[in-house]
Design a protein around this ligand. Structure first.
Ligand code: ATP
Ligand code: MG
Length: 348
């Protein structure tokens, strides 16, 4: 099985990126052939400062490594180091129905948040599909917000194969039956972890780099404390937190109405969370107590990664070496498929 996924270098990485995506990357590098990249071309849809773009690209690479992505096990590379992806982006775009892009949730949400509705943002799912299809990925570990994009990639791969591969039958995409040909583009599936599919931000909405509602993984301690203390709570008195509706099994999420509760559930080990849940239901403690608990849990969960991060930022030469090696391995794979695609569509 081949796994592929990426994180945009559109800002500093946050705990939603970890629990929704990177934690799975670390598990999957032991079980599959893994390709992980820093989506620095995608990030240009929101970052307009060249110095910052470069810095965030490096920072995302350091974050991957600090969190446990191992370049000996996985191919770790920058999206922009394999330019073939831009060629596939165009070719694939020629079979993409405009109507698909018009109903992309992520695009609509970002525009609603005030991000400029430029062509790049609109066409984002096509570049993402090219990212996935160029490496013939089977599984794409992502958060819930990206499921639709992976489904698009699958639909467009079928469309491309039907258009360009003689003997391709969409009902037999691997060409197992006689007279059928396998598709050039492999059909990917999203891989979601139910419990962490959408991590809420401090405002209760999906935690996102571009929404300013994150708890970062590697910000300094003061900043982390400030963010955790700013988590939205309701206006009930502090000594009587909003009770969890009774009758729910322990650990049931009461959703982002109470992001503090959800975040405690996410960051605490299960046994400790059980105690917090019981005390929350019993009442009597204030939100401030639970925020302190969350801060402690944060440092327990990410202390070692933060330590590694501090070491890695001091070795830019080693980082560059790792990324260059990853780019070479990724490019070798990409050029093989791209040659076939060019032949299939009639580009010399
Ligand atoms: P941006 O705001 O620039 O889109 P982002 O924070 O949404 O940034 P992405 O780089 O778009 O992060 O996404 C990287 C990965 O992290 C994707 O797999 C995405 O599904 C996952 N992810 C992002 N935010 C969350 C979240 N709040 N909960 C769970 N998974 C998330
Ligand atoms: Mg996003």
């Amino acid at each position: 099985m081949r796994t592929l996924s990426g994180v945009q270098s559109s800002g500093k990485l946050h705990i939603g990126n970890y629990y929704g995506a990177i934690r799975q990357f670390v598990q999957l590098q032991d079980e599959s052939e893994a390709y992980y990249f820093i989506a620095n071309l995608h990030a240009l849809t929101t970052v307009r400062d060249p110095k910052l773009a470069l810095e965030l690209t490096r920072e995302a690479a350091v974050a991957y490594l600090a969190l446990g992505v191992d370049p000996k096990k996985a191919v770790l590379f920058r999206q922009s180091d394999v330019r073939e992806v831009l060629e596939l982006y165009w070719i694939l775009g020629t079979v993409v129905p405009h109507s698909n892009l018009e109903r992309a949730h992520s695009y609509k949400e970002k525009v609603a948040k005030g991000i400029s509705p430029d062509f790049g943002l609109f066409a984002y799912p096509v570049l993402m599909a090219a990212d996935i299809l160029l490496y013939s990925a089977d599984a794409v570990p992502v958060g819930k917000d990206q499921i639709q994009h992976v489904e698009f990639a699958r639909d467009w791969a079928v469309k491309f194969n039907t258009e360009y591969v003689p003997g391709y039958d969409p009902a037999d995409p691997e060409g197992k039956e006689r007279g059928h040909a396998p598709g050039l583009l492999k059909l990917p599936s999203a891989r979601i972890q139910e419990s962490t599919q959408t991590v809420p931000g401090v405002d209760g909405k999906k935690m996102s780099k571009s929404y300013g509602n994150t708890i970062e993984l590697f910000a300094d301690e003061k900043e982390i404390k400030k963010r955790i203390m700013s988590i939205k709570t309701d206006s009930t008195p502090v000594d009587a937190p909003k009770p969890v509706p009774t009758g729910l099994p322990v650990g049931t999420s009461i959703a982002s109405e109470v992001p503090l509760y959800d975040l405690l559930k996410l960051l605490l080990p299960e046994s400790e969370f059980k105690d917090v849940d019981a005390s929350w239901r019993a009442g009597g403690k204030g939100y401030g107590d639970y925020k302190k608990k969350l801060l402690e849990a944060y440092h327990v969960a990410f202390g070692p990664a933060r330590q590694r991060h501090a070491e890695l930022v001091n070795d830019p030469a080693e980082l560059e070496r790792i990324l260059k090696d990853g780019a070479d391995r990724a490019r070798a794979e990409a050029t093989r498929l791209m040659d076939k695609i060019r032949r299939a569509v009639g580009v010399p």
